[in-house]
Design a protein around this ligand. Structure first.
Ligand code: ZN
Length: 380
């Protein structure tokens, strides 16, 4: 009995000590907590009697913030990692508040991944990030949102050769821009050097930029060192203008042989010819170019030139009309990717779905007239 009483006494004593220790610990915690967190926000919250959900440490504020998107365009259904840079490195609160000029058109995750909303297609928005640490810094960038590609719907790849050329490439780009349509430009290196700003605009609008060699020579007639120079100089011209090397080449006159394919392949280039030739260089008028383009079928790669003034009116008409007929106007690479086909270096392509009758006819026609070679023709 006596022993039992003693045990109870001991238990009560231990309980009292535990309660006292807890009390002392919580007092210490409150005291040290106040000194290491933001005093202002704690004071405010006490005055208003609100519970602070998250204690924010603004003791080392940001002094510099910059945000950029690696590309100026995005399609619905895609995401992009934003480049976020700030100073100093030891800033204590780097949380950003994001906003968009068109509310809800994009969302940005905590780690800087941007994603357009499903209904945001055909919008060009300004995205802004603001600091939340009281430093009142902000940074903005513009983003052009293209519609999502639906692989089950028809699409064509419009391609323009021989440019850029200011008087005609500019209005052609205007028409594509206005209608959120994409195309592929196979540029001549010598024209890229003359009009780098036009190639920059093509690239910034999300157009695909490929090479059409430096000086429009027939590649199969060149020695291996001449061939090498044509290819490397044309790649360098594009790298100087837009900072990236092309992955696609359109050989002048569509003329290739295995030596040419090997040479371009060694520079990570894939050759892309065409399945629908508008023969714009021959017919020389907007109506004929327009009519030819409107005969396009799903998967066609369409050949035009952005150096002819009569093509401007044709582009202004067919871009709208092809879209009205349900065609998606996409780049060559986008079309191949959407159809699950590859564009490997050193290979040649004419259209997606190479098993179709149209493609076989195109290939046969090219073989018949010497792979489309006719050096007497003005341009191709
Ligand atoms: Zn050409």
């Amino acid at each position: 009995m006596k022993n039992k009483m003693k045990i109870i006494q001991y238990a009560v004593t231990i309980l009292v000590i535990i309660v006292l220790l807890c009390g002392i610990f919580s007092i210490i915690k409150r005291l040290t907590g106040t000194s290491s967190t933001d005093k202002l926000s704690n004071n405010v919250s006490k005055e208003q009697g609100k519970v602070v959900e998250k204690e924010v440490d603004n003791s080392v504020p940001l002094t510099k913030l910059s945000i950029s998107a690696p590309e100026g365009t995005i399609r619905v259904g895609e995401t992009m990692n934003l480049d976020i840079a700030y100073e100093p490195n030891n800033a204590t609160n780097t949380e950003l508040k994001w906003s968009c000029s068109d509310k809800g058109a994009v969302s940005v995750s905590e780690d800087g991944v941007i994603e357009p909303a499903n209904d945001a297609a055909k919008k060009t928005v300004t995205v802004t990030a603001k600091t939340t640490d009281g430093s009142d810094l902000s940074a903005s960038f513009q983003l052009r949102i293209y519609p999502e590609i639906d692989p089950s719907e028809p699409m064509v790849a419009i391609t323009f050769d021989d440019g850029p050329y200011e008087p005609t490439t500019t209005p052609i780009l205007d028409a594509l821009e206005e209608n959120y349509a994409k195309a592929t430009f196979f540029c001549l290196g010598q024209n890229v050097n003359l009009y780098p700003e036009l190639v920059q605009r093509e690239y910034e609008l999300g157009m695909e930029v490929g090479t059409h060699t430096l000086s429009h020579v027939q590649l199969t007639t060149l020695s291996s060192s001449e061939l090498e120079t044509e290819i490397t100089d044309s790649i360098d011209a594009l790298k100087n203008a837009i900072g990236v090397a092309p992955t696609l080449m359109r050989p002048p006159y569509g003329d290739v042989n295995q030596d040419v394919l090997n040479a371009v392949g060694s520079h990570n280039l894939c050759c892309v010819n065409w399945s629908l030739d508008t023969e714009d260089w021959k017919t020389k008028n907007a109506d004929d170019t327009y009519r030819m383009v409107m005969t396009a079928t799903d998967g066609d790669v369409v050949l035009l030139h952005d150096i002819h003034d009569y093509n401007v009116a044709a582009v202004e008409r067919f871009v709208k009309d092809l879209q009205a007929e349900g065609f998606q106007l996409v780049t060559v690479s986008e079309m191949y990717e959407a159809r699950g086909e590859t564009l490997d270096p050193g290979t040649i392509h004419y259209r997606t779905d190479p098993t179709t009758q149209a493609s076989e006819e195109t290939t046969a026609a090219l073989e018949e007239d010497g792979a489309g070679v006719n050096a007497d023709e003005e341009t191709r």
